[in-house]
Design a protein around this ligand. Structure first.
Ligand code: ADP
Length: 461
């Protein structure tokens, strides 16, 4: 698993548990080693004292070559310690003088290195050796061999206790980590959720409650500050768009009026053709400015609807006729009708929605020649569908194309536009308590739908 895929919460928990594991493991290791070393030291001292005592008590036996007495004194070891399995007294020439062997125990040779040293630990045996001195003369050497069963037991016990303590400490450390990390990650998660929410809804009014001075608090503070800034900039931009489009509208209306007048009185070619070109572009500009004005009205909540009753099918037919008049490429056909339903709504705004969807259907199906419109009625609503056979809308963009200034990736380079039309349409439909959406249709193209709710008697709320 990639480290970047593990959540911060789990990373922090793992870090804390591993740190505890390493620190406690080291502490227990040192503790066991020290304990075993002090046990060995104690054991060495005890056995060496015993060897010296036995050596001293056997001086006369060696001097008088009394093997029996020496063997008898070594045999007493059987009662002194259960661990001692073997003891040997050698004379000054290294020749065996007396020996004790614990019955039933397999005994090997005394390691040769013991002729030069006082003690020796092997895997399961411990040896000590001590000179037997009479006056200033070394008259012999005593060796004692002891089992280390007690050491193995001590070692096993210590490791068991350390293991149990380690597991308990790790569990405790895990629980503490979970509690602390939940506190940290809850705040981070809250931040992440708010960020995702802001980016998906575009609502910059959200603020995260914040107190404290740690790094997360600073992050939250900066994020809140950033949101404020973005909101302020949005407001400034919206204000600018509102003022600019308002200021542009008045002179443009006058330019349009005079151009229309010129178009009426001018007969000569190519002048008439030029005037008509100017008029076409002025109409385009007028549409853009109107869209910008609508957007700024939506933003400031000032887009008002004038509700009146009207016949939906009649409006659809009229709109098709007026769009058909200005398109030379496509034929707009009417498929089904909803049976002359009357609804209460803003007729002009619904016409704006229809015009926009029809213009888009034509604009985004270059090279094609048809667009079809149908309407149907259910118990609750009337649904209008505008179907084209053009480039269609990619699945992942079917929501986003309704956002302000959004233009689909495939179309934005080849076909001009500002990404405002669908945003305005969605707002108008929402204000009528309806829905607007796009679906994939057939092999080619797309179908834009919008619904307007009806009352039981066929009228809108
Ligand atoms: P504009 O057309 O000015 O770009 P709109 O808000 O009307 O703005 O449309 C937003 C985007 O949705 C367009 O840029 C286009 O990519 C996509 N779109 C709209 N209508 C259609 C359609 N009928 N077929 C394919 N794509 C469409």
């Amino acid at each position: 698993m990639q480290p970047n895929n593990i959540s911060i919460r789990n990373k922090l928990i793992l870090m804390q548990v591993f740190t505890s594991l390493i620190v406690l493991g080291l502490c227990f290791g040192i503790f066991i080693i020290t304990d075993i070393r002090s046990y060995k030291l104690r054991k060495e001292n005890d056995l060496l004292s015993l060897a010296q005592l036995l050596g001293t008590s056997n001086i006369s036996a060696i001097e008088f070559q009394d093997n029996e007495a020496a063997n008898a004194s070594l045999a007493d070891l059987q009662h002194m310690s259960d661990d001692i399995v073997h003891a040997t007294i050698a004379d000054k020439n290294g020749k065996l003088f007396a020996r004790y062997k614990k019955p039933g125990v397999q005994i090997g040779e005394i390691p040769p290195s013991l002729s030069r040293r006082k003690s020796l630990f092997t895997d399961n045996r411990f040896y000590v050796a001590s000179n037997i001195v009479s006056g200033n003369e070394v008259i012999g050497r005593i060796y004692i061999e002891s089992e280390l069963s007690e050491l193995a037991l001590i070692r096993r016990n210590k490791i068991e206790i350390a293991g149990i303590l380690l597991v308990a400490a790790i569990i405790l450390s895990f629980l503490i980590a979970v509690v602390i990390q939940t506190y940290i990650s809850r705040r981070l998660l809250n931040l992440v959720n708010t960020m995702q929410n802001v980016s998906s809804t575009g609502n910059y009014d959200q603020k995260i409650a914040n107190s404290g001075k740690d790094e997360i608090s600073i992050l939250v503070k900066e994020f809140n500050h950033l949101l404020e800034e973005v909101k302020l900039n949005q407001q400034r931009k919206d204000e600018f768009i509102g003022i600019a489009s308002h200021e542009l509208k008045t002179p443009l209306t006058s330019v349009k009026g005079y151009t229309e007048l010129l178009n009426m009185i001018e007969d000569k070619q190519p002048n008439k053709q030029y005037v008509q070109k100017v008029l076409q572009n002025v109409i385009k500009l007028e549409k853009l400015i109107q869209d910008l004005l609508d957007v700024s009205k939506i933003q400031s909540g000032q887009l008002e609807l004038t509700m009146k009753e009207f016949d939906v099918d009649q409006l659809i037919d009229e709109t098709i006729n007026s769009v058909q008049m200005i398109t030379g490429t496509h034929s707009i056909t009417r498929e089904t009708t909803s049976g002359n339903v009357t609804i209460s709504g803003d007729r002009q705004r619904i016409e704006q929605v229809l015009t926009n969807l029809l213009s888009n259907a034509i604009k985004y199906s270059p090279g094609e020649n048809k667009v079809s419109v149908s309407s149907s009625k259910t118990d609750k609503e009337v649904i209008i569908k505008i179907r084209d056979y053009g480039m269609g809308v990619a699945k992942d963009e079917r929501q986003t194309i309704f956002e302000r200034f959004y233009r689909a990736k495939g179309t934005s380079i080849t076909i001009s536009g500002f990404g405002l039309g669908l945003y305005i349409c969605r707002d108008i439909i929402k204000r009528h308590k309806g829905n607007i959406w796009v679906e994939e249709e057939g092999e080619k193209g797309s179908a834009f739908y919008f619904s307007l709710p009806l009352e039981q008697n066929g009228r809108i709320h």
